[in-house]
Design a protein around this ligand. Structure first.
Ligand code: SF4
Length: 273
């Protein structure tokens, strides 16, 4: 059995259970496909996760160490300097808790729905005006320099920054509309691997909007309180796979039907003519 996939979780962690909270990734799942969100959070069967990206995690961990040095010294990182961003990593007693995506994150109780919402940030910087800046680390390997994120599928990355901005605002902080991705892009234009990867770091700005979050939380709560399983989203390959498998199984079961005994078949034929 896979160590990564545990299909039926303990009811305590389902909606209505004492340990259930609404993480940033669950909000994203609701927006991607309300059906999967419902089956996961209400019925307790989550979609199988992707295999963990260990190289990306290594980049995240090293970036965290690098920015933590500047946090401790109160200094601007050279990347921020290169992009003319007058900000330093935030020093705050709750920084580690806010970065703990699995157990804590930045939390709030949403007044209108009573939902406990949370999201674990990669980093928070602060500018001269005392505004908090949401920073998200990303690692990839693609051709060209990454200076903007314009593909449709980047919408999830943008929502991620916006939910963190919203959470920080709910906690009473002054938050800059500008968030940034620290992008680490592994270059492939070297002669050989030689046991190392070289990364180009860029700082990609994004002007977030948080005005959609309240409305989505109200819809999401209504979905959870309903007894009806919502429609599936159209952009997902998992259900297409499930449907294709079901179709094959159906086909197989048709083939498995035994031929009728000759006498009975003959009787039917006689009746027909
Ligand atoms: S389309 Fe199916 S598998 Fe995909 S997210 Fe929705 S319910 Fe889940």
């Amino acid at each position: 059995m896979s160590l990564f996939y545990k299909p039926n979780r303990k009811p305590d962690y389902n909606y209505g259970g004492p340990k259930w909270t609404l993480s940033r990734s669950k909000i994203d799942l609701f927006m991607e496909c309300a059906q999967c969100f419902y089956i996961d959070n209400k019925l307790g069967v989550a979609r199988p996760p992707g295999f963990p990206f260990n190289l990306n995690s290594a980049v995240d961990a090293l970036l965290k160490k690098e920015f933590d040095t500047h946090r401790a010294n109160g200094t601007q990182h050279p990347l921020a300097k290169a992009y003319g961003l007058d900000a330093v990593p935030l020093q705050h007693a709750r920084m580690d808790e806010w970065r703990d995506a699995l157990r804590h994150g930045v939390k709030c109780i949403h007044k209108e729905t009573g939902l406990t919402v949370r999201g674990g940030v990669d980093d928070i910087w602060v500018n001269k005006d005392g505004e908090l800046i949401v920073i998200d680390y990303k690692a990839t390997s693609k051709d060209g320099r990454i200076e903007s994120l314009d593909e449709d599928w980047h919408r999830g990355y943008k929502r991620q920054i916006e939910i963190y901005q919203w959470l920080l605002k709910q906690n009473g902080f002054k938050v800059s509309d500008m968030g940034y991705w620290v992008y680490a892009n592994a270059t492939k234009d070297r002669e050989a691997f030689d046991g190392r990867l070289d990364f180009e770091l860029t700082l990609v700005p994004y002007q977030g909007k948080t005005d959609w979050v309240d409305g989505v939380l109200v819809q999401l709560k209504a979905c959870l309180d309903s007894d009806t399983i919502p429609e599936a989203g159209s952009e997902c390959d998992y259900c297409r796979y499930r449907e294709a498998v079901q179709a094959q199984e159906l086909l197989k079961s048709v083939k498995k039907v035994k031929p009728l005994p000759t006498t009975y078949a003959q009787e039917q034929q006689t009746e027909l003519f």
